[in-house]
Design a protein around this ligand. Structure first.
Ligand code: FAD
Ligand code: PYC
Length: 405
């Protein structure tokens, strides 16, 4: 408005919901919006509603630190995240919307001999799966990040890192808005400020949802994509999920001149940092240890996070922090998501992405859309069934999850 740009057209409609949809998606975060977009674009299912209790992208999608990578250890996870990575690589063109996907590379640092052995193993596994990756020594890391303290006399000296050059960051709000605009243009109804308060279940089959604003809305299939609130929706259906909801915090500093042109993550010192295009340092670390649904965190975690960053970058010790916030992440026992049918017919869940789902927004939406369209799980989603917690076929990705929990 300062430059007198007026009469901007809304990017999507604000429709009153119909009485019945082929598919209802609960949750208008990135994953829910991507699911709706691919349902319409890739699978021809356009009679779709996304029901969001707040505003689109206001959950974890708008609160994360935007790191995108696919360097997971196990085949099942590596295939899923690499599917997502390939979709990221064409996303701005596909949506005709600049999601500012920047493949500036991600370093996962190693500080002990065991860290380096784990890195070697993970990079080998990645390469066998066709995923780019290299093992770097401390000198090579220092060349990529000249301002990081890689000296041998640090408390936790940097011994090396894994390096994924195709990894990077994207603008999280733009991802939500791009998918929302694309889905709306294909006929999907985006219903904001409307909470799902119950599920309509008849004879073990889900036939719709109850909302606080529009009453009952019927559907052939319902997909829950509600991240930290997934246990609450599961409770409505009468089953439990192996999820813990935790706060995860992030911080941004005052904008400073360009100083860091890649992403640095350290599981050992336990912090990570990148620099946004605006100049802010974007910083995070681990979850707050307690369970809760408040989108804020505790002070000790902030202190711990900044200790880790200053340990790696003493040069940042006097940079001032501008803002701090929290999201609610849904962590699973094996640090892998749940993309699954449920004990209720026609009710599907996509959740459990915990601290690491932003990078998967594209691929998660695509495979979930395929599953909702056909009624059968997409092959890439198959291993992530909720029933793996009964069968024991866990996919332990704690080591590659990026944020310890
Ligand atoms: P959300 O964006 O949370 O969307 C779920 C939506 O469901 C919300 O909008 C919510 O309002 C809605 N909802 C809930 N209940 C109801 C209801 N009853 N009725 C209607 N709507 C409902 N991942 C990465 O890959 N890289 C990172 O760098 C990264 N950093 C992170 C940093 C932080 C601080 C946080 C909090 C998370 C981070 N993550 C990261 C994780 C990532 O943000 C999430 O895994 C991902 O955004 C989940 O997307 P989503 O669409 O499933 O969830
Ligand atoms: O999964 O890469 C990740 C991540 C970074 C910060 C939070 N999660």
């Amino acid at each position: 408005s300062l430059s007198h740009h007026e009469n901007w057209q809304p990017a999507w409609r604000n429709p009153t919901p119909k009485k019945h949809y082929d598919v209802i998606i609960i949750g208008g975060g990135g994953h829910g919006l991507a699911t709706a977009y691919y349902l319409a674009k890739a699978f021809g299912v356009t009679n779709v509603a996304v029901i969001e209790k707040g505003y689109l992208g206001g959950g974890n999608t708008g609160r994360n630190t935007t790191i995108v990578r696919s360097n997971y250890l196990w085949d099942e996870a590596a295939h899923l995240y690499e599917h997502a990575m390939k979709l990221w690589e064409g996303l701005s063109q596909d949506l005709n919307y600049n999601v500012m996907f920047s493949q500036r590379g991600v370093l996962n640092l190693g500080h002990t001999l065991q860290d380096m052995r784990d890195i070697q193993r993970r990079v080998n596994a990645n390469r066998l799966n066709g995923i780019d990756g290299e093992v770097l020594d401390a000198k090579q890391v220092q060349e990529i990040v000249p301002h990081m303290d890689c000296s041998a006399n640090r408390r936790y000296p940097v011994l090396g890192a894994s390096w994924q050059p195709r990894a990077g960051v994207a603008r999280h709000d733009a991802v939500a808005w791009g998918y929302a605009r694309g889905a709306d243009a294909l006929g999907v109804d985006l219903i904001q400020q409307t909470a799902v308060t119950d599920l309509l279940i008849e004879d073990g089959t889900c036939v719709g949802v109850k909302t606080d604003r529009y009453g009952d809305i019927k559907a052939n299939r319902v997909g829950s994509v509600t991240a930290g609130n997934s246990s609450v929706i599961a409770n409505m259906a009468g089953f439990e999920l192996p999820l813990e909801s935790h706060p995860l915090q992030a911080l941004v500093s005052e904008p400073i001149k360009p100083i860091l042109d890649t992403v640095v993550m350290s599981n050992h010192v336990h912090g990570y940092v990148s620099q946004s295009d605006k100049g802010d340092l974007v910083i995070g670390a681990g979850i707050d240890g307690y369970n809760g649904y408040g989108q804020r965190g505790s002070y000790p975690t902030i202190e711990h996070t900044l200790q880790a960053i200053v340990e790696l970058f003493p040069i940042f010790s006097r940079v001032r922090m501008n803002r701090q916030w929290g999201g609610i992440v849904d962590t699973t026992p094996d640090a892998c998501p749940i993309i699954s049918k449920t004990p209720i017919e026609n009710l599907f869940f996509n959740c459990g992405w915990g601290t690491g789902g932003f990078k998967a927004t594209t691929g998660s939406g695509h495979v979930f859309a395929a599953s909702l369209a056909s009624g059968e799980m997409h092959p890439l989603a198959e291993p992530f069934s909720m029933f793996r917690f009964h069968s024991g076929a866990l996919i332990d990705e704690h080591g590659a999850a990026g944020v310890a929990h």
